[in-house]
Design a binder for this molecule. Structure first.
Ligand SMILES: C[S@@+](CC[C@H](N)C(=O)[O-])C[C@H]1O[C@@H](n2cnc3c(N)ncnc32)[C@H](O)[C@@H]1O
Length: 189
């Protein structure tokens, strides 16, 4: 199996407002001093964490993106506009940013109150095995009562994801249509 390649994803830089709207996040989620949030596939400038920091919101955000682990030459081998954005991103990463893929998260079990994935995973994963490994890792690092939100889920991914999640007795989940795609909201019991 040829793995999905994160280097081929379109680089975007959505901020707090887009996360709130696209993932339908209650604003209070960002203002809980005891809450640790994982932004999974945080993008080139980890804008969610930077904006939440600038607004002095109380929740701590950890930004994870595999691109953060690339050597400079490889990271910057991009078309010119994306290259400029990426150079700016390299110069000033958000605090608490690290390189990892969703299929192998470098965190202890039950670390996060919230996990958000916006236009990252499973959106960019083509193989069922990768989607399954990602869901396994997300559920491992999510705390009891923790919530995972992912958007978009593609129509062709919905049955697979329902099948994987339907086997778990320790979660409740909803996959609802949103614009052309689907939004997943999952709570761990
Ligand atoms: C389109 S960008 C979205 C970035 C940000 N969430 C946003 O909405 O602007 C997709 C990001 O997902 C990351 N990504 C792709 N595959 C991934 C994987 N397997 N695990 C974690 N992140 C991944 C890419 O490196 C890229 O930065």
């Amino acid at each position: 199996m040829e793995k999905s390649d994160f280097r081929e994803t379109i680089l975007t830089n959505r901020g707090l407002f887009e996360y709130l709207e696209d993932l339908e996040i209650p604003e209070a989620d960002f203002n809980n001093p005891n809450a640790l949030i994982l932004d999974l596939g945080a993008g080139i400038q980890q804008r969610l964490a930077k904006e939440a920091g600038a607004l002095h919101l109380k929740s701590k955000i950890i930004s994870v993106d595999p691109r953060l682990g690339l050597r400079e030459e490889e990271d910057l081998a991009l078309p010119s506009t994306e290259r400029d954005m990426r150079m700016a991103g390299r110069k000033s990463p958000a605090p608490r940013s690290l390189a990892a893929t969703a299929e192998a998260l470098p965190f202890r079990d039950e670390t996060f109150e919230r996990i958000y994935a916006l236009y990252s995973v499973p959106y960019y994963l083509s193989h069922p095995e990768e989607i399954e490994a990602t869901i396994r890792e997300v559920l491992r690092v999510l705390r009891p009562e923790g919530v995972f939100r992912a958007y978009p889920i593609l129509e062709e991914q919905v049955d697979l994801i329902r099948g994987i999640l339907g086997k778990r007795t320790d979660i409740a989940f909803d996959i609802k249509e949103k614009e052309e795609d689907f939004l997943l909201v999952l709570t761990k019991r």
